[in-house]
Design a protein around this ligand. Structure first.
Ligand SMILES: NC(=O)c1ccc[n+]([C@@H]2O[C@H](COP(=O)([O-])OP(=O)(O)OC[C@H]3O[C@@H](n4cnc5c(N)ncnc54)[C@H](OP(=O)(O)O)[C@@H]3O)[C@@H](O)[C@H]2O)c1
Length: 341
């Protein structure tokens, strides 16, 4: 074991009611810790980023353990085993797990998964990870697409949205993405085969939806919430399915007190008049189907039917800045950070 220092990013402040900032984190250095019985010492290779990490650092995610100020920032990543005190792992194995933002984490063996050789690091955190499964379950189990359906997805150039749109095409849907900026919209159509894309920052989304989906939206897959949800509801068809995956437009609001919570869509009664359904979900709800979903996502990727879009930044010291890219709309596809060489 040559490394002696483990650099870590700690939480210094909670970004509640505002955007996440670099000053919310502190970099520290500690001696590398030797693994105890049943533990594994790892060298981090790559981190994956997800907007829900902001809820973790704000202690507002109801489905995860609280993170204290001064604690290591939670995060998923890929690492290589350096030293193992578990028969399940050997030095050199590549693993996936909750490593926290640190270079040499020590993790209980039972919380790690060994990665197959055919799955690259980025894929294991994106299409073949919980990102891909979120898109898979949200669209295929909740949205229930049928050939000929019109599918509209917000946050379409992001990690989940870009997979949802591609799965929609595989399901025979006509797919329209909503994303920020002309370059993202161009790439959705040209690289991922979306039928059309709307730049919500520059275009009148309502007018564009009326023009593009004159017969109505059958599935609205929502990653964003806020005014875009209301705009999309105005265009739904009879029996439409509205899938609430996330609501990133609200993630910088202080939602702890009811008076700060924005009112729901003013036009919600359209759900009644259109006999529509609006359903939220968490990827963990479908855990019993993980193996099937992962196998199918991998096969489709290997067959060239699905593309993994990724935005790879470099350097452990850039972890906070890379995380902030999600909220600045700077990522196209899965936001990743390569750590070390
Ligand atoms: N239900 C579940 O189990 C589950 C699991 C994982 C993720 N999620 C949710 O899925 C959504 C997508 O996650 P992801 O990992 O794929 O992130 P992502 O879409 O790759 O990254 C965030 C993107 O959101 C857009 N954005 C940021 N601020 C915005 C705002 N104020 N208004 C509108 N768009 C904004 C930006 O794209 P533009 O440039 O296009 O604005 C940005 O690139 C999130 O809401 C997340 O919480 C849900």
């Amino acid at each position: 074991m040559s490394a002696e220092i483990n650099r870590r990013w700690l939480i210094a402040a909670r970004p509640i009611g505002r955007a996440v900032a670099e000053s919310d984190f502190t970099l520290d250095s500690q001696p590398v810790v030797a693994p105890a019985e049943g533990e594994v010492l790892l060298r981090t290779r790559m981190f994956g980023f997800d907007p829900s990490q902001k809820a973790w650092m704000s202690n507002m995610a109801p489905y995860t353990q609280p993170v204290e100020i001064g604690g290591v920032m939670l995060g998923r990543g890929i690492a290589e085993v350096i030293e193992s005190r578990s028969p399940a792992f050997a030095p050199g194995d590549r693993v996936r797990g909750y490593l926290g933002w640190q270079e040499y984490p020590v993790v209980q063996a039972g919380k790690l998964e060994k990665l197959p050789d055919e799955v690259p690091d980025g894929l294991a955190l994106g299409l073949w990870g919980s990102t891909g499964r979120t898109a898979y379950f949200g669209l295929l189990h909740v949205g229930c697409p049928k050939p000929g359906d019109v599918l509209v997805v917000s946050g379409a150039a992001g990690a989940v949205g870009s997979v949802v749109g591609q799965l929609g095409k595989l399901s025979g849907c006509r797919v329209i993405g909503i994303a920020g900026g002309p370059e993202k919209c161009r790439r959705l159509v040209e690289e991922l085969g979306f039928d059309a894309a709307i730049d919500y920052k520059a275009e009148d989304v309502g007018a564009r939806l009326r023009a593009l989906c004159s017969s109505g939206i059958d599935i609205y897959f929502d990653n964003v919430g806020g005014p875009l949800l209301e705009t999309a509801l105005n265009q739904i068809t009879f029996g439409a399915r509205i899938v609430i995956c996330g609501g990133i437009s609200t993630y910088s609001m202080d939602l702890r007190s009811p008076e700060n919570i924005p009112p729901g869509p003013r036009n919600y009664l359209i759900i009644t008049t259109k006999g529509a359904s609006i359903l939220g979900f968490l990827v963990h709800q479908f855990a019993e189907h993980n193996a099937t979903a992962s196998a199918r996502l991998l096969r489709w990727w290997q067959e060239g039917k699905l593309k993994q879009l990724e935005d790879v930044q470099q350097g452990f010291e850039n972890a906070p800045r890379t995380f902030m890219r999600l909220f600045e709309g700077r990522n196209f596809g899965k936001q990743l950070l390569r750590v070390g060489e």
